[in-house]
Design a protein around this ligand. Structure first.
Ligand code: MG
Ligand code: NI
Length: 476
């Protein structure tokens, strides 16, 4: 009988662990993806003035603050009965492309690429961004360039590079200046060139990979604007396990379609479709629900992706390639917006008088998937109820079952090699989970992977770093 821990494991946002329970013969009994941070924002938003929500909720996360900012602003538009005018809406959409460019390029170049470009079986000491700089210095440099554009875009429109604050009920607080448009267009054009070139690498990234890892069959959910990829506006579409469409929804309609629930091994909530089917969100899901990306280069990339995976795929590791296509699409879209000088028009905000509706639901697509902010307010606009549904919760089932699938494939006789452990992490990483978002906690720590003998109590007073020593002592 044996227990092993691998520590540390890296390259996701936040703190989680994988626990693999073995039976007496050393085979996998079951495995779970466990999140041990605790959430809090839904509770302490209560009592806040709702117009403050777009400035409070970005603090949930340093990786996806813009998504929270925009979902929150959309909920406020509804409560104040003030839909943004054309340019205000375009600026919000452009701001969201900055979020995607920043987050997706971080994931692709820094978190996922080391597995594919340095190699899944390379020693952990090289399988990281420093290894990438050594092996592919040009790519690493380009990654920095592109992220800079994402950040600058966020700063120029959102007011700050990390926690944007300019989206207010009815639109945005100020127009974009012509000087900033010129600056961003130049940066954006360069980033789009890099993104196009990078597709040649991204499209071959899965060639050497066993695509069966992380297998799980689910439905999928993502926004689409009349069949077109959209991160800011549109209906939320669902396709069943077999790819057949289920009626779409918007606004409070989410309540008729999805429900949240808890499992006792994780503080991270789960969600599923009413009726019991599980679903996934994020890049793989969005490419499964849309017909087109809506821009030429991204559509060409989508056609290549579909020639490999088909119109609809359950392949978990294809998340990586799907994410790249979205990154390409957002660079292309940003250049499109910035090339049109009407983005500097000053119709950026609809005036707001008072509370028009006691409830507002803002839905956007965050880099990791559908994000829902649902606020109820009193007649003065103070929040009395708040529900947030974030992407990582909706992918919790997929990650949890994916982990068990890969554990069964790579654990043999109760042992887990370093490269096998990395296969488990690669499945989690494919989802690009944002634990900070999903639990609204502070802190960034690695994932631990633990193999635990049957009937052993959960923690038994073992410090994480001490487990290996403990295990050795116990097995002698
Ligand atoms: Mg919730
Ligand atoms: Ni986040």
């Amino acid at each position: 009988m044996k227990e092993i821990t691998i520590n540390p494991v890296t390259r996701i946002e936040g703190h989680a662990r994988v626990r693999i329970n073995l039976d007496d013969s050393g085979s996998v009994n079951n495995a779970h993806f466990e999140v041990v941070e605790l959430r809090g924002f839904e509770k302490f938003m209560i009592g806040a003035a709702v117009e403050e929500a777009p400035r409070i909720t970005p603090r949930i996360c340093g990786i996806c603050p813009t998504s929270h900012h925009l979902a929150s602003a959309k909920a406020c538009d509804e409560i104040f009965g003030a839909a943004p005018p054309t340019t205000g809406k375009s600026l919000r959409e452009l701001l969201m492309t900055g979020q995607f460019i920043h987050s997706h390029s971080l994931h692709f170049f820094m978190l996922a690429a080391p597995d594919f470009l340095v190699g899944h079986d390379a020693p952990a000491a090289e399988r990281n961004v420093l290894g990438l700089v050594k092996k592919a210095p040009d790519i690493a440099k380009q990654a920095i360039e592109v992220r800079k554009f994402g950040q600058r875009l966020t700063e120029a429109i959102g007011g700050k590079p990390i926690h944007p604050s300019t989206c207010i009920p009815g639109g945005v607080s100020h127009p974009l200046s012509e000087a900033k448009r010129q600056e961003l267009l130049e940066m954006g054009t360069k980033s789009f060139e890099i993104a196009k070139e990078g597709w040649n690498i991204a499209k071959t990234m899965l060639d050497q990979t066993d695509l069966s890892f992380g297998a799980v069959e689910t439905a999928f959910m993502g926004m689409s604007d009349g069949g077109r990829f959209s991160t800011y506006d549109g209906e939320v579409c669902i396709v069943g396990k077999d790819g057949s469409p289920i009626p779409a929804f918007s606004g409070t309609g989410y309540i008729d379609h999805i429900e949240e629930y808890s499992e006792d091994w994780s503080y991270l909530k789960f969600s599923r479709l009413k009726g019991g089917d599980y679903y996934r969100v994020g890049p793989l899901a969005r490419l499964n629900v849309v017909k087109e990306m809506g821009t030429p280069e991204a559509d060409a990339a989508l056609a290549e992706y579909r020639s490999t995976f088909g119109e609809f795929t359950q392949t978990t590791l294809a998340y990586n390639m799907a994410r790249y296509i979205e990154f390409l699409s957002c660079c292309e879209k940003a250049v499109e917006f910035l090339s049109d000088s009407s983005i500097c028009n000053d119709d950026v905000r609809t005036p707001v008088s008072g509370v028009a509706k006691s409830r507002g639901v803002g839905i956007v697509e965050a880099p990791r998937g559908t994000l829902i902010h649902d606020y109820t307010v009193d007649e003065e606009g103070f929040i009395t109820d708040c529900n947030l549904i974030v992407a990582t919760c909706q992918n919790n089932y997929g990650m949890d079952r994916g982990v068990e699938d890969v554990a069964r494939k790579v654990v043999s006789n109760g042992t887990l090699s370093e490269s096998a452990a990395n296969r488990i992490e690669m499945v989690i990483r494919a989802y690009d989970p944002c634990i900070s978002c999903a639990t609204h906690a502070i802190g960034q720590m690695p994932v631990d992977i633990e193999l635990v003998r049957e009937n052993r109590e959960w923690n038994e007073g073992i410090g994480k770093g001490d487990l290996m020593e403990y295990v050795e002592a116990d097995t002698e």
